[in-house]
Design a protein around this ligand. Structure first.
Ligand code: SF4
Length: 336
């Protein structure tokens, strides 16, 4: 039950706003009218609490188009988190992303509606594992994918995202690097660099499930199809795809391309975003859902704004935060 009342005119206006974005995803006007009280309430609560809501592109469309102030990839959202002047950051993504916001902007209150939103990559490695790797390979720089806990970033030399990993690896001194934790992304990077890559055994449960046979079947059925794949997929997929990159690379490619038919090999949230923003294009084939990303809902966003529980407030010990911040700042420097 809403804590704020809205007039019929306000509800209809909100339903029309939602319908503009969601009709290409088969939402009816009546569906939008059902959601309108909740999105209006959340947007009012955000203003009252001076909060900004950052949403990863894998969030559901009601979050992306109903209540998000910024939607993007890990890198874009960390830039927004760093520069926001809001007092509160509500992070609709997974835990490591909310931690990154807190690392970069420690004075802000960072709220995570779904505190149990983990990530199979981030959960595959601990700070103790990184210390063992460093002991085994002394002097080799540790490059850590942003999908890691704050403690793991604190043990690393530099962070990277899928969009800037290659550029940053190439900018580092020496012929060898330790790349953690994604073994599939490490193998994909190894095809593009001359550096020797020592990898870890982590995988993304969403991207490792794609099979190259699915891509070939779609290409056979739709000649001229462009296949855009996330760099967390395996190397066979990369060899078949027309583009390997992060979510922002995929969005940019669709936007700038004259092609009409695409297969997007990543999480379904991005495919929904593309269907909403490019209704004249066709998105074929299957996508996979991330069970962690989908733990955020309009209901827990409303609850976290009304009265956050202790486990929804992101806290990081200052010693860990400072060391993790160094690895992130080095990424920003090298990515200029
Ligand atoms: S999609 Fe994969 S990498 Fe992204 S949060 Fe989900 S499990 Fe982690």
């Amino acid at each position: 039950m809403s804590t704020i009342s809205f007039s019929t005119a306000q509800l209809k206006k909100e339903a029309e706003r939602l319908f503009c974005h969601l009709k290409s995803l088969s939402w009816s006007y009546d569906d939008c009218l059902t959601y309108a009280p909740l999105t209006l309430e959340i947007n009012t609560l955000k203003r009252q609490r001076h909060a900004v809501l950052l949403a990863h592109s894998y969030q559901t469309p009601d979050i992306v188009y109903g209540v998000a102030d910024f939607t993007g990839d890990s890198y874009g959202l960390s830039v927004e988190a760093k520069k926001t002047d809001a007092s509160v950051i509500v992070f609709c993504g997974v835990r490591f992303m909310a931690e990154t916001a807190k690392i970069l902007n420690p004075k802000k209150r960072v709220l995570l509606p779904a505190p149990d939103a983990g990530c199979s990559l981030a959960d595959s490695i601990t700070a103790a594992d990184v210390r063992i790797l460093k002991k085994k390979h002394p002097g080799v720089p540790v490059v850590c994918y942003v999908n890691t806990a704050a403690e793991v970033k604190a043990e690393s030399d530099v962070c990277v995202t899928s969009a800037n990993a290659l550029k940053i690896i190439e900018a580092l001194q020496g012929k060898k690097i330790i790349f953690i934790p994604d073994k599939l992304m490490a193998a994909n990077l190894a095809m593009l660099t001359h550096k020797e890559i020592i990898s870890w055994n982590g995988t993304c449960v969403v991207h490792e499930r794609f099979d190259v046979a699915q891509l070939r079947a779609q290409r056979h059925e739709h000649p001229g199809l462009k296949i855009l794949a996330h760099s967390e997929c395996n190397s066979d997929i990369m060899k078949e795809a027309d583009l390997m990159g992060g979510t922002t690379d995929i969005l940019r490619t669709v936007k700038n391309s004259r092609d009409r038919d695409f297969m997007i090999v990543t999480e379904c949230g991005l495919v929904d975003r593309l269907r909403s923003e490019f209704p004249e294009k066709r998105f074929l084939g299957t996508c996979n859902l991330c069970p962690f990303m989908k733990k955020n809902t309009l209901r827990n966003i409303r609850q976290v704004l009304l009265k956050p529980r202790k486990d929804q407030v992101v806290e990081i010990p200052e010693t860990v935060r400072k060391k993790a911040e160094r690895a992130l700042e080095r990424m920003f420097e090298l990515n200029k």
